[in-house]
Write a protein that binds this ligand. Structure first.
Ligand SMILES: Cc1ncc(C[n+]2csc(CCOP(=O)(O)OP(=O)(O)O)c2C)c(N)n1
Ligand SMILES: CC(=O)[C@@H](O)[C@H](O)COP(=O)(O)O
Ligand SMILES: [Mg+2]
Length: 636
């Protein structure tokens, strides 16, 4: 029987020998490659945390001891060891395992939020709470990647943790030298220094373990170590801060990590254990992948690592290519990324104009305000970021950029429902959030052609910020407007144009499908795409006047999104046409495919049309009309 099949709980690890642990690690790797190849997921990060997770669960007694994961994408092994091995076939699928820790799945899981750089703050709070309540029978262990360590929150937490020398807390830095690409910045450089100058620690630790039975020799060596340490490697920034630093430790040597963790526990205060790991460890296609060492893969052939299905033209690639063209025409345009050069489409720009693209680390707040600085210096920054990650930089957009009317263009990829990565990855808040920002102009392109056009228009704006947002994945065929009315693209007009349907961005196709269904019910529809959705185009007010209803359909929160802006504008103009708004409900959405999650939100043509007809059948403006609504049996 495979060892892995005998591990149903971390306590099953306790009596394994070093040899058995090595066998188990190999089994886990084979399991990860086999399962994640079939479902897609974070293969590289999890291949890098196999031994580290084994050591954590042998030294600490989860769930009493709290093991916290930053970002959480590297917690698959943690899930395997805590009784969820048999659920990997449903990884990131509707009703299946989440790709991140999930309290609903297990008492061993704490942090569900996949936004980076939060773990040390959670840990600081937990440790304070336990100390305040006199809870002394459990450890708090925070695992943070080298990438997440470049996020500002991590240093806000370290500032607090280092000041409490009497509060036990174990910080494990999972240092694989990468975020997606190699981690950038002074912190990354310092970790690299520690990796090299502190290599002697690993040697001396080994010596200590091997020679411990010979105290005279060991004692002599200890003296040598003290001398060597002061000579070769003056203490690093963590020790300067007041943290006990242990490492660097080979993060793929279970015994070495265990030894360091036990030393950390014995210390009794805040301790940082610096573990060296390798993303994709043990799987050549990942280890040799230059882009991101299989940070996140789609369904792949495990034998080669190559995707089973080629990916089509993505929104991201259209943006990336157009920005390179723009950058070639305008040398004031610069790019800013928060450690996601490739995923946000800036890689081509960086390759063509390396001095004009800035990777600031996983530091969205700094990305935004440094972009304000770049704008004040006369450049036009394009900040490319996933929608959900800009949430944490709201104040920077509001006060540091918009208050100063800085000409910064925000390009939000993964806007709207993303699905697979669960609640904290959906880009569903950007319209409601950034719609609050005075002077920020917002565009939602419906296809590749309008993405190119809106992007070009955005970088031409020099008296304030602009924002262009589009969803994850492949971009469909261009949808050609049949005419223009007051700056609005008319996509469809049918019958008496009873209903005005305003399509926001990528939902243009859905809006036209809804119109088809209404027309079958004898309801005329006019479908328009405003392109620039904020400020609200006054032509929409004119078109709404005298119609039975205005329908808005947006891939974002109903509450506070485009529909709210339009309803407000109609009220301000004294236009009483009812607004039937369709968008994402205000709740955290479980993971699933984008289509599944949209359907769960009722955002399908059939459901939307049905709701419109039901609401119209009771709406005053309709019933007063001369053509009572005749509902056919079903809305197809
Ligand atoms: C606030 C925020 N920005 C960006 C991301 C996207 N992201 C997910 S994992 C990752 C890299 C994390 O690097 P690291 O912490 O070193 O973990 P590793 O993947 O190397 O194990 C990034 C940038 C995120 N999850 N959160
Ligand atoms: C945790 C992490 O890496 C995420 O940022 C996420 O995986 C992004 O996924 P996509 O790039 O596939 O949207
Ligand atoms: Mg890393």
């Amino acid at each position: 029987m495979a060892l892995l099949d005998t591990i149903d709980d971390p306590s099953d690890l306790a009596d394994l020998s070093a040899e058995q642990l090595r066998s188990l690690a190999a089994e886990i790797r084979r399991f990860l490659i086999d399962r994640v190849a079939r479902t897609g997921g974070h293969l590289g990060p999890n291949l890098g945390t196999v031994e580290l997770t084994l050591a954590l669960h042998r030294v600490f007694s989860s769930p009493r001891d709290r093991i916290l994961w930053d970002t959480g994408h590297q917690a698959y092994v943690h899930k395997m060891l805590t009784g969820r091995r048999d659920r990997f076939a449903g990884m990131r699928q509707k009703g299946g395992l989440s790709g991140y820790p999930s309290q609903a799945e297990s008492p061993h899981d704490v942090i569900e939020n996949s936004h980076a750089s939060t773990v040390l703050s959670y840990a600081d709070g937990l440790a304070k709470g336990y100390q305040l309540r006199g809870v002394e029978d459990r450890a708090v262990v925070a695992v943070i990647g080298d990438g997440a360590l470049t996020g500002g929150m991590a240093w806000e937490a370290l500032n607090n943790i280092a000041a409490a020398q009497d509060r036990p807390l174990v910080i494990v830095v999972n240092d694989n030298g990468r975020s997606y690409a190699p981690t950038v910045g002074g912190i990354a450089d310092h970790l690299a220094t520690l990796r090299t100058t502190r290599g002697y620690e690993r040697f001396l630790d080994w010596v200590k373990r091997v020679l411990a039975p010979a105290p005279l020799v060991y004692g002599t060596l200890h003296g040598i170590k003290k001398g060597v340490k002061d000579l070769v490697a003056p203490q690093g920034m963590f020790e300067d801060l007041g943290l006990k630093y242990l490492g660097p430790v080979d993060g793929h040597d279970v015994e070495a990590v265990e030894h360091a963790l036990r030393r950390a526990v014995a210390f009794g205060g805040p301790v940082l254990v610096h573990c060296l790991t390798r993303k994709g460890n043990g799987y050549a296609p990942a280890e040799n992948d230059e882009a991101d060492q299989f940070h996140a893969v789609r369904v792949i052939d495990p034998a080669t690592g190559r995707p089973v299905k080629p990916s089509g033209r993505s929104w991201t690639s259209v943006f990336g290519a157009e920005l390179v063209d723009i950058a070639g025409e305008r040398d004031d345009v610069v790019g800013v990324t928060a450690a996601m050069l490739e995923p946000t489409g800036l890689a081509a720009f960086a390759k063509a104009f390396p001095e004009r693209v800035f990777d600031v680390g996983i530091a969205e707040q700094h990305a935004v305000t440094s972009a304000a600085g770049l704008a004040l210096a006369g450049t036009h920054p394009v900040v490319a970021v996933y929608s959900t990650f800009l949430n944490r930089a709201f104040d920077q957009v509001l006060m540091d950029v918009a208050l100063h009317k800085c000409a910064v263009t925000f390009v939000l990829d993964r806007a709207g429902i993303t699905g697979d990565d669960g609640a904290s990855h959906n880009g569903m808040w950007d319209l409601a959030l950034f719609g609050l920002v005075p002077g920020l102009r917002i565009a939602a392109p419906r296809d590749a052609a309008t993405l190119r056009a809106r992007l070009r228009e955005a970088v031409e704006v020099d008296d304030g910020p602009t924002l262009v947002r589009f969803p994850k994945g492949e971009v469909g065929a261009d949808i050609t407007a049949i005419e223009q009315r007051g700056g609005l693209d008319v996509l469809r007009r049918e019958g008496a144009e009873d209903v005005l349907i305003v399509a926001v961005g990528s939902f243009a196709g859905l809006a036209m499908d809804v119109a088809d269904r209404l027309v079958l019910q004898g309801i005329g529809a006019l479908v328009v795409d405003p392109g620039w959705i904020k400020p609200v185009n006054p032509a929409l007010i004119e078109l709404a006047e005298g119609r039975r209803a205005v329908v808005t359909i947006e891939d974002g929160l109903r509450h506070g999104g485009f529909s709210s802006w339009l309803a407000q504008a109609l009220r301000d103009a004294g236009v009483a046409t009812p607004v039937f708004d369709f968008g994402v409900p205000q709740r955290f959405l479980d993971h699933g495919t984008r289509a599944e999650v949209l359907a769960a939100c009722g955002l399908t043509a059939q459901e939307t049309a049905r709701t419109i007809i039901e609401r119209m059948s009771t709406s005053d403006t309709w019933l007063d009309g001369d053509r009572p609504l005749v509902m056919k049996e079903t809305v197809q």
